[in-house]
Design a binder for this molecule. Structure first.
Ligand code: NAD
Length: 260
């Protein structure tokens, strides 16, 4: 890419697990557009794979990785204290994290336990607020915060269960954060892609049916690719989108416009 819209920008990216992660597609695109990267990964288990992915990137601009299991308040604090040594200020933050216990996705929705409800919301929603809060003071010249949602926030999607209400709460959190952060010119938005074959997606039973359904029925008659989500993330990270905040933007080949 000759045009470097993010040249000199500092980006924090959360949610890279492997090469199929949507967060990895965004990290690569932001890096190619000139951004310096720090990736926060879910604990030691992922250290090797995340470092191996980063080693594939050109050495400039720099890219680093530190652990950040968002269920651990101390780890969030220590991630930011490490990050700030490299980035005295930040411009971009991507939250691409979700989790629901397997049992909660297997049972009927009405059988969701208190424990599984709390866990799902802690990792999939609260972590977004927690990371945004830690980052807030570091956005010295404004910036852009993004998270990833899904259509199951609005409509009943087969087997999506507790993740549906979690994504509704995530999209609502986007609006409240956008409102409170707006005066500091920090924009907050969600991207809502159609189904993409990733580790998290394969946790939803019947996921391959989603892929087939979207390919057959979406106006564009195909599924979205992670790199197409990353293109929209590039737009939302750049000044070209400077008047957009508090939105959930569908990147789903048009599937969400369909009624009967
Ligand atoms: P993925 O499995 O590659 O990413 C999920 C990430 O969440 C992983 O990197 C995992 O390490 C991280 N995570 C889970 N628990 C964590 C914790 N305690 N601490 C830190 N990180 C933790 O799958 P993905 O599809 O790239 O998912 C990214 C986001 O995109 C999720 O919010 C997901 O709901 C959303 N999304 C995915 C699709 C899809 O079809 N793949 C569609 C719409 C939205």
């Amino acid at each position: 890419m000759n045009y470097k819209p993010l040249l000199g920008k500092n980006a924090l990216v959360f949610g890279v697990a492997n090469k199929w992660s949507i967060a990895w597609a965004v990290a690569k695109t932001w890096h190619e557009a000139g951004a310096n990267l720090i990736v926060g990964y879910q604990g030691e288990r992922l250290k090797k794979s995340v470092e191996a992915l980063l080693s594939e990137l050109p050495p400039s601009p720099p890219s680093l990785a530190f652990p950040c299991d968002v269920s651990n308040e101390q780890e969030i604090k220590s991630f930011f204290s490490q990050a700030v040594k490299h980035f005295p200020k930040i411009d971009l933050l991507l939250h691409s994290i979700a989790f629901a216990p397997k049992e909660a996705l297997e049972k009927n929705f009405y059988e969701t336990t208190r424990e599984d409800f709390i866990k799902t919301f802690e990792i999939s929603v609260y972590s977004f607020i927690a990371l945004a809060r830690e980052a807030k003071a570091l956005f010295r010249d404004g910036g852009s915060i993004l998270t990833l949602s899904y259509y199951g926030s609005e409509k009943v999607i087969l087997n999506y269960k507790i993740m549906g209400p979690a994504k509704s709460a995530l999209e609502s959190s986007v609006r409240y954060l956008a409102y409170e952060f707006g005066k500091d010119q920090i924009r907050v938005n969600a991207l809502s892609p159609g189904p993409i074959n990733t580790l998290a997606a394969r946790g939803i039973s019947g996921f391959t049916k989603f892929l087939k359904e979207c390919e057959a029925k979406s106006p564009l008659k195909r599924n979205v690719e992670a790199k197409e989500v990353a293109s929209v993330a590039l737009f939302l990270a750049s000044d070209e989108s400077r008047a957009i905040t508090g939105q959930t933007i569908y990147v789903d080949c048009g599937y969400s416009i369909l009624g009967f």
